[in-house]
Ligand binder design. Structure first.
Ligand code: AMP
Length: 207
């Protein structure tokens, strides 16, 4: 786990910046209104920054909150939803583009291919799965796209503790801390997105 100050990479005026961000987050809104507020702030921030939202395509939960906020602020949204989840997660009808996949695995591949970086916002089991998967893909050097985690009011403390414990127990290298950047709130995420370089490694062939 690294803080932004440790993780800052040198960028030049010619380095392309993040254009598309995949967001992993809950299909429920959770019990703390701060999660919804953070989702709204993120959506508005992405629209203003001209960064396309790439997400799971649902209209419910924090997913729906973020997508609605991007659209309301005039931004662009790409949804990627498996056919079998269109009803369950209530497919968003207002996004500019929706990709319908045959499986969850194809959804994850498309989310990966369409994004320059990844951000985890508050969520549940599916969010944990997606977050750890993108971290482990980076650990395996299958990609080097930035991974951010927005720890809104400490919701991700147990997730971060699992990673720290894995290192402490000798199940992960100390360098695993650098695979994901933890940021405390949405303004910190937006600031970091503005300085992140875009990595040219979009191939999903080995995922
Ligand atoms: P959740 O955090 O459980 O509300 O789920 C957030 C998103 O993750 C939703 O779009 C789910 O479809 C997705 N999801 C749920 N379970 C899984 C899983 N096992 N693997 C990948 N994605 C999942």
């Amino acid at each position: 786990m690294v803080t932004p100050s440790h993780a800052t990479r040198s960028t030049s005026a010619h380095t392309p910046s993040i254009r598309s961000l995949a967001v992993f987050c809950g299909s429920r809104v959770g019990n703390n209104p701060a999660y919804t507020e953070a989702g709204r702030a993120l959506g508005a921030g992405l629209a203003v920054a001209g960064i396309r939202l790439v997400y799971g395509g649902g209209r419910i939960g924090i997913m729906g909150v973020i997508a609605d906020a991007v659209l309301q602020a005039g931004g662009t949204v790409l949804g990627v939803i498996p056919d079998f989840l269109k009803q369950w997660e209530v497919e968003h009808q207002g996004v500019q583009k929706m990709i319908v996949t045959d499986s969850m695995h194809e959804r994850k591949t498309r989310l990966y291919e369409e994004s320059d970086a990844f951000l985890t916002m508050p969520g549940g089991l599916g969010t944990f799965d997606e977050t750890f998967e993108i971290i482990t893909w980076r650990q395996l050097r299958l990609h080097d796209k930035p991974i951010l985690l927005c720890n809104v009011e400490g919701w991700a403390d147990p997730l971060i503790a699992m990673l720290e414990n894995a290192i402490g127990d000798g199940f992960a290298a100390a360098s695993a801390r650098a695979l994901v950047e933890v940021l405390d709130d949405v303004p910190a995420v937006m600031e970091r997105l503005a300085s992140l370089p875009r990595v040219q490694n979009g191939s999903a062939a080995r995922l």
